[in-house]
Structures are given as C-alpha cells and as structure tokens.
Design a protein around this ligand. Structure first.
Ligand code: ADP
Length: 261
C-alpha cells in the first residue's frame, strides 16, 4: 500500500483525469477498457499520486481466487490467525484498489466483488463471519481487455454494468511520440520512426495478430536503442518478436520494419 512519491510520468490522452476525479468524488467503480500496454496501469498510478490515495494493485490471472484477495487463516506458532487479503485491506484502509485484467480472475472473484461495486460497498468474510464496511475513501478500479478476437475472456453484462467505463485507445502519433520521448529521453526523429512502425503494424489487420503493437513495446524498443542496441535489432526483439511466433509473419514484419528504421 503506497502513494507514489514522485508524480508518475503520464500524458493525458483525453478526458480520463476528469472522469476519474468525478468517479472518485462519487465513489463509483471505474472500468478501464483497452488493449494491453496503452497506459491504463500508469494512469491509475498517476491518479493515486494526484488524489494522494494509496494504491493496491492486483494482477488477475486464471489462478486468482477470492481467498487470495479476501484473506485466509494461517498457522502462526500454536495459533491460527486471520490475514486480510489485498482487497480487504484496500476496503478497510480506504485505498484505490486496482484489479488489472479482471476478466482473467476466477468466477468466484467476480461474485465476491459484486457487493463492493454497488451502494453496499461492503464485503462479507464468510470464514470469520465479519462484514467489512468500505472506508469512505475506498474506490474500486479495474481494467479489462475487450480483445475482439478469440482467446480473450469476456466480462458478463451484469458485471460490466456495475462500472463507469472509460475506453483507452492507442494514442495519436504526436502524443505517442511525446510519450516515448518523455519515458526514455530518445531523440524526436527516432521516436517518430518508432511511432510510424507501430502504426504501420497496427494497420496490418489481415495478419491475424491477436494483439498488435502497444505503446509499451515501442517504449521498450526506445529504451534498448537508447542504451546502445543496434536499432533494427531493438525493433525486432522489442516490437516484432513479442507479437507472433509464426515464422512467415515474423520474417515479413522484420523485413518491413528494417526498411523503416
Ligand atoms: P496497460 O496497463 O494499459 O497494459 P501500462 O500502463 O503498463 O499499460 O503502460 C505501458 C507503458 O506504456 C508504460 O510503462 C509507459 O511507458 C507507456 N505509456 C503508455 N501510455 C502512456 C501515457 N499516456 N503516458 C505515459 N506513459 C505511457
């Protein structure tokens, strides 16, 4: 549980800061929708600093169960003691709770969070028989990758409709260039070339890529170039290789990007 000491670097893309502030004022749960690597987690860190509220982040995956989040009894010496999980702590202490990739969590997690996301703002701990009331400053934030292709888990409408929702898209070319430069200190021409590569691959919709180039991948390539890696190799390993394992597509993308950097 922490508030970032320094303001995290975050470039506002649209009206997301305003929406977040109003959701917070009204204690409404917020869902950040969008592909991976577009700045959702960074945005939440930024808001934690801006609102001076501690942040508890949980990366959800298929093994994440409600026990992991709510808490469990553990044996300590001769005693059994109850340890609050991150969700319970956030609720008690009035933190921003960020559940990243919420659709990946097991169904029992989704059931457990429902009472947190409506007017009740409370959690029943069935193992201790206690009902935890949400601290007035508690806020629930989650992210979800709608991924229109197969392989992505969906969220039920009954869960979605509990959240005020904001869509995150890839930033405009100018903004993405600024983000890459701000994040890595790379020069403008190189940042512009990386953005061009990103957009070129994003437009290749017929390659059947499950996910396309995120700002994160471009930032990673810029970091490698900045630290002295040959730029074509940096693009290959940071941008192209993470996208696919198909040898033909890899080779086509490598040829294409080599001409652009
Ligand atoms: P997500 O949570 O959407 O998967 P992240 O927040 O982890 O994505 O963003 C990935 C990286 O992309 C960040 O570490 C940061 O370098 C960069 N980034 C993306 N969008 C922004 C933005 N608007 N401002 C600053 N950095 C950004």
């Amino acid at each position: 549980m922490r508030i970032p000491k320094d303001e995290p670097f975050y470039r506002t893309v649209a009206n997301e800061v305003e929406v977040f502030e109003h959701a917070w004022k009204n204690r409404l749960p917020l869902l950040l929708k969008g592909p991976t690597g577009v700045g959702k987690s960074r945005f939440v860190e930024y808001m934690s600093h801006k609102l001076q509220r501690p942040l508890i982040s949980i990366a959800c995956h298929e093994e994440t169960s409600s026990t992991d989040l709510i808490g469990r009894y553990i044996i300590k010496g001769a005693e059994t003691v109850w340890i609050d999980g991150p969700l319970t702590r956030a609720l008690k202490e009035g933190a921003l709770l960020y559940m990243d990739e919420i659709a990946e969590a097991r169904p029992d997690v989704i059931v457990a969070i429902h009472p947190l996301t409506d007017h009740r703002r409370q959690l029943y701990l069935d193992k201790t028989g206690e009902t935890v009331e949400g601290h007035p400053d508690f806020m629930f934030v989650a992210s979800f990758n709608p991924g229109y292709q197969k392989g992505f888990k969906d969220l039920k409408p009954s869960t979605r409709q509990r959240f005020v929702s904001l869509s995150f898209e890839y930033p405009s070319a100018d903004l993405e260039k600024e983000i890459i430069m701000g994040e890595t200190g790379i020069e403008a021409d190189m940042a512009a070339a990386l953005v061009k590569i990103g957009n070129k691959i994003r437009n290749l919709t017929d390659m059947g890529l499950t996910e396309t180039v995120s700002t994160r991948l471009l930032v990673d390539a810029a970091k490698l170039i900045r630290s002295g890696l040959f730029r074509r190799l940096a693009v290959e390993v940071a941008v192209v290789e993470p996208l696919t394992d198909d040898p033909d597509i890899l080779s086509a993308l490598k040829d294409m990007t080599a001409l652009m950097i």
